[in-house]
Design a protein around this ligand. Structure first.
Ligand SMILES: [Cu+2]
Length: 124
């Protein structure tokens, strides 16, 4: 009886080790994939929303992809004042992109949800 029971704890320990190895592998895969994901974008976002305000990092090139990051825990929009150049909704904590207008100029924009949020995107 006792000899039959002996392999059990060993198998349990092996299963535990396997589970830990699998978890570590999953973590490693996770962190490496998020690294490659961020390297595909141009780096830090051009437009950041935080504390219900916009921060615009600098001018962008005409037609460029503009990275947007919402650091607030609620949704904002990046909506051009002219109503046609760009408009995107960004959930709290999420990122999004817009395509900069193909025509250089100064583009004012706002958030549709918070009427006090205004900023300007300069397109060169
Ligand atoms: Cu907003």
């Amino acid at each position: 009886m006792s000899m039959l029971n002996e392999p059990r704890p060993r198998r349990t320990r092996l299963a535990l080790v396997l589970a830990v190895v699998l978890a570590l592998t999953a973590l490693a895969a996770c962190s490496s994939s998020s690294k490659s994901g961020s390297s595909s974008s141009s780096g830090s976002p051009v437009i950041t929303m935080q504390n219900t305000a916009f921060n615009v990092a600098g001018p962008v090139k005409a037609g460029a992809t503009v990275d947007i990051k919402n650091n607030d825990p609620f949704t904002h929009t990046v909506t051009s004042d002219d109503g046609t150049s760009f408009n995107v909704s960004v959930d709290g904590g999420k990122t999004a992109t817009i395509t900069a207008p193909s025509k250089p100029g100064t583009y004012k924009f706002h958030c549709n949800i918070h009427s006090n949020m205004h900023a300007t995107l300069i397109v060169q």
